[in-house]
Structures are given as C-alpha cells and as structure tokens.
Design a binder for this molecule. Structure first.
Ligand code: NAD
Ligand code: DAU
Length: 337
C-alpha cells in the first residue's frame, strides 16, 4: 500500500509514520510536509533512511507542489494530517493560514485524488467541529457541526469539502474525528506538553478560566491505530468518531502531571480564559467499535505517565523548540493573560 501522508513531520503524523512502517511491511510512505513551526524532521530521524519511507518538502495549499509529486508517483491512498492545528494561534494571529492550509489545502488534495485517480482519501479531522457539549451527552457522528473558534471552523469547512467531493464526484473518502491526543513529540504549545515543560522549569502552569473545561484524552498511538483501521475498513463517504473514553477537567490532568513530576501545586496559575472556549468534549465511539472493531487500548494514567517520562528523557527536543521563536509566541500569548 503506497501512502501519500501529509503533515507527517508534526505530532500525530510522525507517530503515524512510525506506527505504519512498523505495523505493515507492505506499507510505503511518502511524507509531504511544509515544515512550518510545528513540523520537525527530528521527529523522523529514526526512519530517515528507511527503504519504504521518503520525505518531500511541500505545501498542500500550493497546487504546483502537489502536482509535481502526483505527476511522478501513484498512490493507493492520501492521508491528510497537514493542518494549522492550534486553537490559540487561530484566535490571536488570525485565520488566514488556517484557511489556506486547512480548507484550500484539503481541496487541492481532493482534486489531486480525483484527477490522478487515487483510490482512497482519508481526512484527519477533529471532534472540535462539533463545538461544545452541555453537562450531558457525547458527540456522535450525527451531532450538529457547530465550530466555535477559527481553527475548528476551518476543519469543519474542510470536512464539508470532503463530503462534497464524495457526493458530487463519487470520490472514495473517509473522515476521522478524534478527541484530544497526547504522547511523544507533541509541540509544547498544547496543554499536556506545555504543562510538563513549564513544571520541569519550575515556571507557572497557566490554566485557562476555572480549569473545569473537559477534554476526552486519547493516547496518540490509539489514534494512529484507529486511522489505520478506518483507512482499510471504513465505508466510503462515512465519518468515524474516535476518542479515549477518558473525559476529565483540565485541572485534574494538570494536577496529575505535577504529581508524576513531584512538583508542587503552587505552580498552578489560573489565567484569563480562552475566547469562545468550548466547555466540554466527550466522544461516543460506538460506531467505529461496532462497525470496524476499533477501541482505544491505553489506560489514561499509564499513558500519561509514559508521556511524562518521554519529555523527561527527551529534554533537548523540547528545549530546542522552546528556545527559538517560541519565546516570542509565549510572551505574546501568555503575557496579557
Ligand atoms: P501539528 O501542528 O503537530 O502538525 C501539523 C503538521 O502539518 C506539521 O508537520 C506542519 O509542518 C504540517 N503542515 C502545516 N501546514 C502545512 C501545509 N500547508 N502543507 C504541508 N504541511 C503542512 O498537528 P497535530 O497535532 O499532529 O495534528 C495533525 C492533524 O490531526 C491535524 O489535521 C489536526 O487538525 C488533527 N487532529 C489533532 C488532534 C490533536 O489533539 N492534536 C486531535 C484531532 C485531530
Ligand atoms: O479536540 C481535538 C483538538 O484538540 C484538536 O483538533 C486540536 O488540534 C488540538 O490542539 C486540541 O485542541 P484543544 O484546544 O482542546 O487543545 P489544547 O491543548 O490547546 O487545550 C486543551 C485544553 O487545555 C483546553 O480546554 C484549553 C486548556 N489550556 C490549554 C493551554 C495551551 C489551558 O488551560 N492552558 C494552556 O496553556
């Protein structure tokens, strides 16, 4: 199976590349990534010379970049991870790049799939397109799409373009909508790696609002395995929700990280809330469990502990990231909070 994987130098994409190369000797991967601030070739150092792996630098929102690759190679499937993925950036720095990559980029890939007759297209989407839950219930695939921040709106826009390509042209598409991932190599702008890194440097841990916002945490390898399952067995035109079946308030996650690191809770600092902050996410995974037999395997506490250990063992990885442009990013976003 020849895969055109986009965004494979980022967090989930790089975990997917490693996972797929290990899981199936018949898989060949071309990883196409623009190497934005979030793309890091260090994430792929171990497979750099792998005989079934090729890296190509390119931008999914540039037709010429995509065309060059598809003119030269044939693929069995496109798996689109590439995205501007951080909600706070979409809120503070504007939605332009989010629209270009997440919507226009998706459309260019769909056109490539159609024109070059790629048999399957998988869109890596997010539970965030559903907006926020009240006190009760879980997101199902039939929940209304009600995105509340610019990032989520662009992911929803992309999902609609995927739907349209399936309905209008009969393209074989599948969409996965997963909850919050955590694990090795996550860029330290997201909650879990940011809190681990700050705690290790004895810096304040900035918890937005009252800290009672709920996220459904899934270990990244469970997500990768779910994508593999949908890629092989998902029905054309369908959407599949994935989640970790572990929905907890942010403050509980932060306290657990401090406990694992043996750091004091006095490091916690409640700060101004994120605008339009979704209160609660929780995923109903019964469709993918019932139809495709996938369910998350990892126990949250064990997976979080091993993630904390990864950040402890790979300090140079995140220290390098946090020493550059990141300083400016952090000052801009967190100074006013
Ligand atoms: P990430 O920000 O860590 O990585 C994104 C990758 O995409 C980077 O390697 C970046 O260089 C690349 N990229 C960005 N713009 C590009 C472009 N125009 N062309 C080519 N490459 C480009 O993101 P992530 O957290 O790994 O998320 C991956 C995907 O999974 C995204 O589509 C995201 O919406 C989705 N998702 C993420 C989560 C989560 O919790 N992180 C949950 C559900 C879904
Ligand atoms: O649900 C899936 C989504 O999960 C993905 O689509 C996104 O790409 C991914 O970034 C993530 O979005 P969130 O906004 O939920 O993740 P983030 O890690 O930014 O925040 C998680 C929660 O923690 C959220 O309620 C905001 C809060 N938070 C976050 C940061 C960075 C804090 O309290 N303090 C922080 O400093």
């Amino acid at each position: 199976m020849k895969l055109f994987v986009t965004g494979g130098a980022g967090f989930i994409g790089s975990n997917f590349v490693h996972y797929m190369l290990d899981a199936d000797p018949a898989v060949e991967i071309v990883n196409f990534d623009a190497l934005t601030y979030a793309g890091n070739l260090e994430n792929l150092a171990a497979v750099e010379k792998h005989p079934r792996y090729t890296f190509i630098k390119g931008d999914i929102s540039q037709l010429a970049d995509v065309k060059t690759v598809f003119e030269a190679r044939k693929f069995d499937a496109i798996v689109n991870f590439a995205a501007e993925s951080h909600v706070d950036r979409s809120l503070h720095f504007g939605a332009g790049e989010f629209i270009e990559t997440n919507i226009l980029g998706t459309q260019i890939l769909l056109d490539a799939a159609r024109y070059y007759k790629t048999p399957r297209y998988l869109q890596v989407s997010t539970d965030e397109v559903y907006g926020s839950l009240g006190q009760q219930g879980k997101f199902t695939e039939a929940s209304p799409v009600q995105p509340n921040n610019p990032y989520a709106a662009t992911k929803a826009g992309a999902d609609f373009m995927v739907r349209a390509a399936h309905k209008s042209y009969g393209l074989d598409t599948v969409i996965t909508r997963c909850s919050n991932n955590f694990g090795p190599r996550q860029f330290p702008e997201k909650l879990i790696p940011l809190m681990i890194a700050n705690a290790l440097e004895n810096k304040p841990l900035p918890v937005y609002g009252d800290g009672r916002h709920v996220r459904d945490w899934i270990y990244v390898l469970d997500h990768c395995q779910g994508i593999d399952t949908v890629l092989r067995k998902g029905k054309p035109g369908e959407i599949y929700n994935l989640g970790g079946l572990h929905d907890v308030p942010n403050i509980d996650v932060v306290r657990l990280i401090l406990k694992y690191l043996n750091k004091p809770e006095s490091l916690i600092q409640y700060v101004k809330d994120r605008p339009g902050h979704d209160r609660r996410y929780a995923i109903d995974t019964s469709k993918i469990q019932g139809e495709l037999g996938w369910k998350p395997r990892l126990v949250f506490e064990d997976a979080l502990r091993s993630t904390v250990e990864w950040y402890l063992a790979n300090r140079p990885w995140w220290e390098r990231i946090r020493s550059g442009e990141y300083q400016k990013y952090y000052a801009t976003l967190y100074a006013q909070r």
